[in-house]
Design a protein around this ligand. Structure first.
Ligand SMILES: [Zn+2]
Length: 407
């Protein structure tokens, strides 16, 4: 039940129901392709003629195309199949992290077209923008066959104002009120969209078409990397809050006298579970000290730590198990606050899931207030699915499929 805002509303026009039906048709083709006109009419529960009219419009706008011809049923005509037109149009996804920045090219449906490339993140935003522009241009030249680039989506490890295209605060990069979108768009000559990485991940999950991804119901995405990003989906929409900063569970304290956090406070959830926190626990050093101690610690990643734990290094296993416990305690807070249908977790720590799942679940049950809260589904999104890059891609691709705002 949503209240109609009497100060800001959109009156239904004559074409409104048609606009909604058109988006429904587009989304059904996207989810079920390839489909014939008859399939579409059946899926929409409308007459064949109604479906055909919508299809003609979508074909005219080049949003879909007619592909292979199917087998005739009985004496009828052989049906042609409809597909979302993702040919010759690509999207670039960028995942900026405090340590490294990653780039991926996909088609409009989010299918990966090349290899993921990465480079060390320069914290000077002007230098970073120049390097990003140079690398994206190079990639688009290398993959000429992917066609025109529809846009670049950038996932940022911090709070973002997407309307102004600015990063409001990114603690792990020490960025405050930084302009990112417009200078990158000018350097590339391509539209750029920016969003908080947790929100971008949640968006990608919401728009996933893979049959093994359950996207219904309210959900929360927790992305653990150099920091912690959280995206919340309520009623099929991202929860943004007044200033687009809703969901900063990473900076909700687990303990007020805990370790120092990148935001300047102490005891934030992030300061217990980020990759940096896990590594600091292993090396027994302060999280707030960003200087690598020696060449080994400088290049040593959480994956390396997990490999050591699997090989029997008790200290490595203890460091990971502590992270698992804190991860579960923080998830319990999210469940107590939001009661979501499911939680998705992404990040390198998930490669240790078979080791840590029982510890995460035990901590989660310990601090949730009801039995069903304790049984909340937790799904791991594997690192090889590149959830943050897919989130960045969804920033460009998803708006074309979104429902129109009515009333
Ligand atoms: Zn913090």
């Amino acid at each position: 039940m949503r209240k109609i805002n009497p100060h800001d509303f959109k009156v239904a026009r004559r074409g409104t129901s048609r606009e909604i039906n058109r988006q429904i048709a587009l989304n059904l083709i996207r989810a079920h392709q390839p489909v014939s006109r008859a399939d579409l009419a059946r899926l929409m529960n409308v007459r064949r003629g109604v479906a055909s009219l919508l299809v003609s419009e979508l074909l005219e706008e080049k949003l879909i195309f007619e592909g292979a011809v199917g087998e005739a049923v009985g004496r009828g005509r052989r049906p042609t199949f409809l597909y979302i037109d993702s040919r010759q149009r690509c999207v670039v996804g960028v995942d900026i992290r405090a340590s490294r920045t990653y780039i991926l090219v996909t088609d409009l449906m989010g299918r990966q077209l090349g290899v993921v490339s990465s480079f060390q993140t320069n914290r000077d935003v002007e230098v970073l923008i120049q390097e990003l522009a140079r690398r994206i241009k190079q990639i688009l030249t290398d993959y000429k066959e992917v066609g025109a680039c529809e846009g670049v989506g950038v996932a940022v490890p911090g709070m973002v104002d997407p309307a102004r295209g600015r990063v409001v605060h990114a603690p792990t990069l020490s960025w405050r009120d930084v302009t990112l979108r417009d200078p990158l768009a000018v350097a590339l000559g391509i539209p750029v969209h920016i969003e908080n990485s947790g929100k971008a991940c949640a968006l990608a999950q919401l728009w996933a078409t893979r049959s093994d991804v359950v996207a219904s119901g309210n959900s929360v995405f927790v992305s653990v990397s150099d920091g912690v990003g959280v995206g919340i989906v309520v009623n099929g929409e991202l929860l943004r809050g007044r200033h687009n900063t809703a969901g900063e569970f990473g900076h909700v304290p687990l303990s007020i006298d805990g370790p120092k956090c990148s935001c300047g406070a102490t005891g934030c959830w992030e300061a217990y579970i980020s990759n940096l926190a896990t590594l600091s626990r292993y090396f027994g050093r302060e999280l707030s000290d960003p200087r690598p101690r020696d060449t080994e610690t400088a290049s040593f990643s959480v994956e390396d730590l997990i490999a050591r734990a699997r090989a029997g290094d008790a200290k490595a296993l203890a460091a990971i198990n502590s992270t698992a416990r804190y991860l579960g305690l923080g998830l319990a807070s999210i469940i107590n606050a939001l009661d979501p249908a499911r939680i998705f977790i992404g990040g390198e720590i998930t490669t240790a899931w078979s080791l840590i799942e029982p510890i995460v679940r035990r901590a989660l049950r310990e601090r949730t207030l009801t039995e069903f809260g304790g049984a909340t589904e937790v799904h791991v999104v594997p690192a090889e699915d590149h959830p943050r890059l897919r989130g960045a891609v969804a920033l460009v691709a998803a708006p074309a499929f979104a429902a129109p705002m009515v009333a």
